[in-house]
Design a binder for this molecule. Sequence first.
Ligand code: IPE
Ligand code: IPE
Ligand code: MG
Length: 257
Amino acid sequence: MIIFPDVDLDRVPRHVACVMDGNGRWAEQRGLKRTDGHAAGEQALIDTVNAAVDLGVEWLTVYAFSTENWKRPLTEVRFLMKLNESILVRRIDELDDKAVRVRFLGRRDRRVPPGLARQMDRATARTAANRGLTLTFAFNYGGRAELVDAVKRMVADGVKASSINERQIRRYLYHPDMPDPDLCIRTSGEFRISNFLLWELAYSELVFTDVLWPDFGPNELVRAIVEFQQRDRRFGAVKASIPHGVPPAPGTRQLVG
Ligand code: IPE
Ligand code: IPE
Ligand code: MG
């Protein structure tokens, strides 16, 4: 158990999302192959998961492979498929011991190798009843693909135009029970979303850091959460009218300015 003196443990974001970026540059800086950077990212992931558990984060969603990452050289794509499969095999015991519930967000298309798909299903089934942190791997995930898939299923179900609203659309997302991220962290100094959680990030606080993913860990997570706790989340309302994200009761005095 690590101590986090700077964090207000009563206001820890419930859902943290991470764009785990910068593995290739981390490796290049060391004269290594890009794939060595991906391998080095595994420990950063595990350390981040453990810190999230200790901090009381309930949901952690990590961007592991995007629908656009298929454009990479075949050798790199193959390496990433194997690495993800082997992480699931090697790490599932310790995740399960920590009561982590593992889930996956994304398209299960034919390009996902059967061995990896099998481990994804196993990890999901084995940890389904766990009540600790929900660790969601966004794998073969694209925010636009998620919305396309949602619209397709709505049409297939015969949903009437007049009944479409935001609640209805949410029902057709990959995991309708997943709360929106409160905080989204992107490593590696890039200021973009890269097709991550387009619907769900609508009101998330975004934190960008220059740290490359293999160097990320508990200290960086704490830094991002401290920054999150200094933000004033307004959700379109008036400043300070929404203490800790809870809309004011009717008749509550609102501070303007
Ligand atoms: C993130 O690191 C991992 C994946 C996208 C799978 P990158 O491989 O994108 O690393 P950079 O951005 O090239 O440094
Ligand atoms: C986003 O990183 C995807 C993942 C971290 C899995 P990319 O490296 O693919 O994003 P771009 O290409 O810099 O936008
Ligand atoms: Mg990248």
